[in-house]
Design a protein around this ligand. Structure first.
Ligand SMILES: Cc1cc2nc3c(=O)[nH]c(=O)nc-3n(C[C@H](O)[C@H](O)[C@H](O)COP(=O)(O)OP(=O)(O)OC[C@H]3O[C@@H](n4cnc5c(N)ncnc54)[C@H](O)[C@@H]3O)c2cc1C
Length: 466
């Protein structure tokens, strides 16, 4: 720690037990203590730090706001956590080119607030947008309720400044849409901090829609709600968002946010269409008709901006509301073709019953991106977490068998690296490793993430072969 303080200045390095404690966690369930935490204030600081770590063979773990849900920012192999909390400036809002240039610690919602007066926004809006950072969004290739029609983070990043693990500073892309050669910005977005540190990002800004129509439809069963999702998109309508919640989640939300969701519904959908005013009411009417054809018992269309906000506050506050039901929960994140939703939700329920855990569902239904919230209570002992993890393995295996994937948007991190062989052949993993090695030959960037590690994954591979 002293060496780092000499390098960067004492005010930019934390190292006491109390100081390190808060960096042991992110939004997931695994924890590990860093050896030190650095709070750089510039790209030059980051480069200096990386060079030092390279020379002394010290792992580097980038960290935004720590809202990640796969243990990405956890220093599982020790080393220095690099927090971007002090690199949080919006450097430029370039209206004619519809770009913003930001430091990585900028909070997603702060960018939205800053660009709104120009009639523009950065589209990806994770439900954690009040806290999560652009650096975290880039690293996780984050999605959000409104990425159904507009795409996830990778579709909205055109340039990056990165610091590699040897301390070199590299610029990839810029403000233009296409750059010559390989799409290295595309390779970097979603790399979960394993290729380098993002010190600046150039992102696309999109005109705010002229108007929005938001409706909540309540169904007797999750099957009815799920079939409605495919029916809406099958009818050629691509809403900007289709979110779903089951009864357990609705009840938790109502107890805490009072969004006005009916408590007796088996499943509810929140559907939004946006764009030019002309034609929006027709799309909304068609969606309402499809919901009714599929058995919707109640449909509420937001009549004002305030009512729309209230409907969304329920969805965006849903994870936090789970505290009403259980002291701990484990968020899963699988993805499947959306037509398989009814079947996968039944399998989720069965997995909960098999392992004796309660599961609520709140998710991006339009994308087929499920988020089972598996409840447990650590006060009753670690076996409860083990059962939650066993239910997760069943759910993720079902997603892969249904033609989907291990993660829709929360990343692999240290939570799912042991499960990667469920989806990828050894040759696939070897190809990914070669990409990693070309950016980070020393293997110091966020080690223990994405790729299975013998120390942590041995137990899982033994269980899988039983
Ligand atoms: C209530 C709640 C709701 C959520 N909803 C959504 C959602 O709708 N959609 C969604 O996609 N996710 C969601 N998430 C997950 C999470 O918010 C996102 O993954 C987010 O992008 C993480 O940002 P962060 O700043 O907190 O990153 P962190 O958690 O700090 O880090 C995440 C990863 O990014 C890496 N990283 C961070 N900064 C940098 C950098 N500058 N350079 C290189 N690597 C970096 C870290 O090493 C780590 O691997 C939700 C989380 C919570 C708690």
């Amino acid at each position: 720690m002293r060496a780092l303080q000499e390098l960067l200045g004492a005010s930019k390095v934390l190292g006491t037990r109390d100081e390190l404690l808060v960096y042991e966690y992110d939004g997931a369930v695994d924890t590990a203590t860093p050896d030190a935490v650095a709070l750089p204030e510039s790209t030059a600081d980051v480069a200096l730090l990386a060079k030092y770590c390279h020379e002394h063979d010290v792992p580097i773990v980038p960290r935004g706001a720590g809202t990640g849900l796969s243990g990405g920012a956890i220093p599982v192999e020790g080393g220095v956590v690099v927090s971007f909390a002090r690199m949080a400036r919006i450097l430029e809002i370039d209206v004619p080119n519809m770009r913003a240039v930001v430091q990585p610690g900028v909070i997603n919602l702060h960018l939205e607030n800053a660009t709104a007066p120009y009639g523009l926004h950065f589209v990806p809006d994770p439900s954690s947008q009040k806290a999560c950072t652009l650096g975290g969004n880039v690293a996780e290739n984050s999605g959000g309720p409104h990425t159904l029609a507009y795409g996830v983070t990778t579709n909205h990043v055109t340039g990056l400044e990165i610091v590699l693990s040897d301390g070199s500073v590299v610029r990839l892309g810029g403000k233009a849409i296409e750059t010559e050669g390989y799409d290295l910005v595309g390779a970097f977005v979603g790399s979960e901090g394993t290729l380098g540190l993002v010190t600046e990002a150039t992102v696309k800004l999109t005109p705010l829609p002229e108007e929005k129509r938001t409706l909540m439809a309540a169904f007797a069963t999750m099957d009815d709600a799920s079939e409605t999702v495919s029916a809406i998109i099958g009818a050629g309508i691509v809403p900007s968002a289709i979110e779903m919640m089951d009864q357990l989640a609705t009840q938790a939300v109502e107890a805490s946010v009072h969004a006005g969701y009916p408590l007796d519904a088996g499943g509810i959908l929140l559907v939004e269409v946006d764009g030019a005013r002309d034609g929006l009411d027709e799309s909304r009417a068609r969606i309402e008709a499809i919901c009714r054809e599929h058995g919707a018992r109640t449909i509420r269309v937001a009549a004002s901006a305030l009512e729309r906000e209230r409907l969304w506050a329920g969805r965006k506050g849903a994870f936090a509301a789970m505290g009403r039901l259980s002291p701990d929960y484990y968020v899963q994140d699988g993805v499947i073709p959306r037509t398989r939703l009814p079947e996968i939700l039944r399998l989720v329920k069965e997995a909960g019953e098999r392992h004796g855990v309660r599961i609520a569902n709140v998710f991006h239904a339009g994308d087929g991106n499920i988020h089972p919230l598996i409840m447990f209570d650590l006060r009753n002992g670690p076996e409860e977490l083990d059962r939650a993890k066993e239910a997760s393995i069943d759910i993720l295996t079902a997603c892969i068998e249904a033609g989907g994937s291990l993660t829709g948007e929360h990343g692999v991190g240290m939570e799912k690296n042991c499960y990667m062989p469920l989806q990828f052949a050894p040759a696939d993993l070897a190809a990914m490793r070669r990409v990693k090695e070309s950016f980070d030959p020393a293997g110091l960037m966020n080690p223990g993430k994405i790729f299975p590690t013998p120390s942590r994954c041995r137990e899982f591979s033994l269980a899988a072969t039983r």
